[in-house]
Ligand binder design. Structure first.
Ligand SMILES: Nc1ncnc2c1ncn2[C@@H]1O[C@H](COP(=O)(O)OP(=O)(O)OP(=O)(O)O)[C@@H](O)[C@H]1O
Length: 296
């Protein structure tokens, strides 16, 4: 039998107000060891307030919070050394080199990773002797991640880690996060990029108005997996569309009935709701169901 182990993060009924503003309003969250959980939500939904409460940087008004089994409001240095934190805006260490800062931060932890291996892992080997002020935005973010993981944390918090990245840098960063997870690190990230959540997260949690409005695997969120596919095709310049639970069977029938001699069906598209469609529906956005995920 598996032993029962407390989750890496457990939040029940979290509340936090700023004056009259209910920033977090009855939020529940659970992250198991080894999971990557993405917290999604519109600006001002309460994501950063929640994450910073978990990191021990803000005090909850009420609610039960446990991170690696301890209350962040009371936990000490030993607990903090088990966390990796990558904030939205990190400090500026302008005159220090990449190598110096990674080695320096490693020194804060009882059992850090090898700083040189971390620098290699985040792709900053060529910049090891560069002062941090001379890094590009994406390189600085990689440095932030290096600082987040050099202590070999059990739990890593990433708050909007790829904001401002170019597409290649974002994909490289995702590979990096996956390699960190492969070493057993639990990861809680906030993001505004649905593609990022889809690529990285085992589970997404959608927060709006300070509480969770939906959660699930990216493929299942909001009943996404159960929604019907729509198949489109063209015959003699006229577009046709049919909703179906069995798109493969429909496509096979079309190939036989209206396909060209080589079996190709003109204008064939198989459409399913994207995570973004589902997300926008959940938060009351204006998303349509018309994104095209699989077109052939
Ligand atoms: N220190 C503060 N003082 C007053 N109000 C605050 C403070 N921090 C956050 N708020 C307010 O609390 C609400 C939640 O903010 P929070 O930063 O947690 O949202 P978020 O979901 O992280 O947003 P974003 O996606 O824009 O980062 C917002 O209305 C914000 O203006």
């Amino acid at each position: 039998m598996a032993t029962t182990r407390a989750p890496a993060v457990l939040v029940e009924g979290l509340h936090k107000r700023y004056g009259d503003k209910r920033a977090v309003d009855g939020l529940d969250l659970r992250v198991e060891h080894g999971e990557i959980v993405a917290v999604l939500g519109p600006n001002g939904a309460g994501k950063t307030t929640t994450v910073e409460t978990l990191e021990g940087f803000r005090r909850a008004d009420s609610g039960h919070v446990r991170v690696l089994g301890e209350d962040p409001a009371r936990a000490g240095r030993a607990w903090r050394s088990r966390l990796g934190v990558v904030l939205q805006d990190n400090h500026d260490l302008a005159e220090v080199t990449v190598g110096e800062v990674v080695r320096h931060v490693a020194g804060f932890y009882p059992a850090p990773r090898d700083p040189d291996q971390v620098i290699d892992a985040v792709g900053l080997r060529e910049k090891v002797s560069t002062r941090t002020r001379a890094l590009s935005g994406g390189q600085r973010r990689r440095l932030d991640v290096a600082l987040g993981v050099v202590g070999d944390p059990e739990l890593l918090f990433l708050d909007e880690p790829t904001t401002g990245f170019d597409p290649q840098a974002r994909h490289d960063f995702w590979d990096l996060v996956e390699s960190v997870r492969a070493q057993g690190t639990t990861i809680l990230l906030t993001t505004h990029y649905l593609e990022e959540a889809e690529r990285l997260a085992d589970r997404v949690v959608v927060v709006a108005h300070g509480h969770v409005v939906a959660e699930g695997a990216p493929a299942d969120l909001g009943g996404r997996g159960a929604r019907r596919a729509r198949v489109r095709w063209t015959v003699d310049g006229v577009r046709h569309e049919e909703a179906t639970d069995t798109p493969t069977a429909l496509v096979a029938r079309l190939a036989a009935q209206v396909g060209r001699p080589d079996g190709e069906v003109p204008g064939l598209q198989v459409l399913r709701p994207t995570l973004e469609d589902v997300y926008l529906g959940l938060i009351g956005g204006t998303g349509t169901d018309a994104h095209e995920e699989a077109a052939r």
